[in-house]
Design a protein around this ligand. Sequence first.
Ligand SMILES: NC(=O)c1ccc[n+]([C@@H]2O[C@H](COP(=O)([O-])OP(=O)(O)OC[C@H]3O[C@@H](n4cnc5c(N)ncnc54)[C@H](OP(=O)(O)O)[C@@H]3O)[C@@H](O)[C@H]2O)c1
Length: 237
Amino acid sequence: MTRPIALVTGASRGIGRAIAERLAETHDLILVARDEAQLQDVSIACQATGARTDCIAVDVTNFLATAERLTGLHVDVLVNNAGVAVMKPFLDMTAEEWHRMVNVNVNALYHVTRAVLPGMVERGHGHVCTIGSTAGRNTFVGGTAYAGTKHFVMGFSESLMLEVRDAGVGVSVVMPGSVDTDLFPASTNRTWMLEPRDVADAVAFVVHTPPHMLVHRIEVRPLSPKRPRESSTPQSH
Ligand SMILES: NC(=O)c1ccc[n+]([C@@H]2O[C@H](COP(=O)([O-])OP(=O)(O)OC[C@H]3O[C@@H](n4cnc5c(N)ncnc54)[C@H](OP(=O)(O)O)[C@@H]3O)[C@@H](O)[C@H]2O)c1
């Protein structure tokens, strides 16, 4: 039987890897990130559940390269997951850090979505799920750029949802609190955080709703942390 196809950006590790492995239970996968060796590793894990996989090593901040590699691909579910975080006070942030966050967390949403959305609209079927954050509706010291980009995700996703739902394309945003991934420095206390597979379950939930309904926004938080917070790293949970 033909499976639907899900494209996951930032699939080489962390939350994206967990999403790919979770969706591999029901979908074939197109795995996108820069690290080809890590993508191959994820690809093998996904194939173990019967999924067919394609790995595309591309920097999603590069508009031309992304358009060249992704335009015209048949994609039923797009998960815009690739993201970076530099959390520090505005006056300590370099221009390079600011631009990197805006390029990955904001501009790449245009590059990737622009490449695959036309096919969904033509087929009258599809789903675009973007990984936002609770920082998309909260603010915190050290969050001028990160929280700013995740607020953008909310405006982008809700506007796009209104534009394409009549064409049969659903748009959703999954907003996790803090998740135990490489996004945080190694020294961070992680015992109270969500696991990447928790976010993957939320993505699977929004993707698998009946065709006539859409869960547009879902916020995922840890419950009953194993230990009280100890770290002083800026956090949003
Ligand atoms: N961890 C958290 O607490 C948390 C909480 C809420 C939301 N989120 C969001 O969840 C998403 C995933 O974060 P994570 O925690 O899983 O981070 P992570 O472990 O650092 O993984 C980030 C992923 O993004 C990819 N990526 C980064 N820059 C890229 C680029 N220029 N081109 C292509 N791929 C790129 C990386 O792959 P390569 O390096 O191989 O390119 C990697 O697969 C992000 O949008 C993040 O904002 C995370």
